[in-house]
Ligand binder design. Structure first.
Ligand SMILES: NC(=O)c1ccc[n+]([C@@H]2O[C@H](COP(=O)([O-])OP(=O)(O)OC[C@H]3O[C@@H](n4cnc5c(N)ncnc54)[C@H](O)[C@@H]3O)[C@@H](O)[C@H]2O)c1
Length: 448
């Protein structure tokens, strides 16, 4: 039976730790943040993620999980360590390896004092060459041992989506193992067999560099797909009777295209797409390679949120002194994460225009308050948020917003103007009753 250390208890590390421990695998989560450790050990999740808190408290009770800042002890009792620390963007778009380096250094120093074979697995998203040229030399120097002989090294990228992280961890569509040597790959494969038993997902065993690059290729492709449909949405708006939703549905039926990530909206955000696309571009630049499709995907995404502000201005004449209600702040539903969320760009632009902003989100208000403080008003329900507003912009497609009827908007708002940035509402029902603008909808678009 494998015993696991997970270094870095953020979205990826904590979800992974809770899921492994819930499956009965002895797991220790290590983080530098003592407050976070205390929260987790009290059975609470520091992040909003469906089912995560339930998994944490079950695993704590079963004794299969604990959080600590003591790496040395944890490493001694485990045989595999997953590195899940952050790899944030630097101003030039490349990623900072500061946390990865210091994690490797700490692991190496501890390996120096242990006897048994230990496998180090880099699960953080890192540019090609990081495991071989950065992590391996640091581990070897700090431990005084030889990689491939005394300890193993793998790259094992994570593909989970915030909002469904637990489900994605329990049922991934594939496992990618980049290996330094055969024994390292065999050990990690054996661990995944223990975890998934008979429901083992498709497994890809490959080089360290391929595994690192697969993660970037994956996110760059998905983000480009969204930017493609978002730019098409603008063409639809200029084309009478056109509707980007119908076009997306039809092209999505082509198996060469597929239906997912073809939803037009206000653009992508979050901790991964923006950071990963900039990082792959920076890496390509270093290699003197141009990636114009990825470059275009980023540029399309930068202007996409401002579509909603432009529409509000069109509808109201001017935004100065107007009350704008924002529904949704998180970068996607079912998370409290606002890293690179489009809501931030929209709020900044509305404040520049001199509007009064009221906002509501089921989970992300605390994080948004840290950024904007009293510059905007936080409502404690969607209904209160739209009360007396001159215009409402739907930013995040939380399911609870779907319950708002055209009547709810009409009764409460000063002007019943609704800008649906995520195509949450049925345009035929809402456009008859409200001043309704939807992304990617040409004039008079109707199925009849
Ligand atoms: N968030 C996602 O949806 C997602 C999905 C796939 C991959 N990733 C990648 O996974 C990595 C982690 O992402 P995240 O969102 O979980 O990050 P995060 O910032 O939420 O968490 C990182 C954690 O690591 C801890 N940490 C930093 N240095 C440490 C050290 N030396 N020892 C112990 N703990 C340390 C921090 O305190 C923090 O709790 C990144 O490379 C990211 O790109 C993220």
């Amino acid at each position: 039976m494998h015993e696991i250390t997970i270094l870095g208890l953020g979205y990826v590390g904590l979800t992974m730790a809770a899921c492994l421990a819930e499956q009965g695998i002895k797991t220790t989560g290590v983080d530098l943040d003592k407050e976070k450790i205390a929260t987790i050990n009290a059975g609470k999740s520091p992040i909003h993620e469906p089912r995560l808190e339930e998994f944490i408290s079950k695993a704590l009770k079963a004794g299969t999980f604990k959080a600590t800042s003591d790496l040395e002890n944890s490493l001694r009792t485990s045989n595999i360590t997953f590195v899940t620390v952050g790899t944030p963007s630097l101003p030039d778009g490349s990623i900072s390896l500061e946390y990865v380096r210091s994690a490797a250094e700490s692991i190496g120093r501890t390996l120096n004092r242990t006897q048994n074979y230990h496998l180090v697995v880099v699960r953080s998203t890192v540019i090609p060459g990081t495991c071989l040229e950065v992590v391996k030399p640091i581990l070897e120097k700090a431990s005084g041992k030889v990689c491939g002989k005394d300890f193993g090294l793998c790259s094992n990228p994570e593909f989970l989506k915030e909002g469904s992280a637990v489900q994605d961890m329990m049922r991934p569509d594939r496992v990618v193992i980049g290996e330094n040597d055969r024994r390292s790959g065999d050990t990690l494969q054996d661990f995944y067999h223990q975890l998934y038993e008979r429901e083992m997902p498709r497994l890809i065993r490959t080089s360290l560099a391929n595994a690192e690059l697969i993660k970037y290729a994956n996110n760059a492709f998905l983000a480009s797909k969204v930017s493609f449909i978002n730019s098409l949405a603008h063409l639809c708006e200029k084309t009478p009777q056109a509707d980007v939703e119908v076009i997306a549905e039809a092209i999505g039926l082509d198996p060469r295209i597929g239906p997912l990530f073809l939803k037009a909206g206000l653009g992508w955000g979050g901790s991964c797409f923006p950071k990963d696309l900039k990082a792959i571009l920076a890496y390509a630049r270093e290699q003197n390679i141009e990636l114009p499709i990825i470059d275009a995907a980023i540029r399309i995404n930068e202007i996409q949120p401002i579509w909603s502000v432009r529409k509000a201005k069109e509808a109201l004449g001017e935004l100065k002194g107007k009350r704008i209600a924002l529904l949704g702040l998180a970068f996607k539903p079912d998370t409290d994460d606002i890293r690179e969320a489009v809501s931030i760009r929209i709020i900044q632009r509305l404040l520049q225009e001199g509007s009064f902003v009221s906002a509501y989100d089921p989970a992300a208000m605390e994080n948004t308050r840290k950024l904007f403080g009293k510059k905007i008003v936080f409502a404690d329900s969607a209904q209160k948020c739209i009360q007396d507003a001159d215009c409402c912009i739907l930013i995040t497609e939380w399911q609870e917003f779907k319950r708002l009827t055209p009547e709810d908007f009409r009764i409460r708002m000063h002007e019943p103007i609704l800008i649906d940035g995520r195509r949450l509402y049925n345009h035929e029902e809402y456009s008859g009753k409200l001043n309704y603008y939807a992304i990617g909808l040409g004039s008079c678009a109707s199925t009849s």
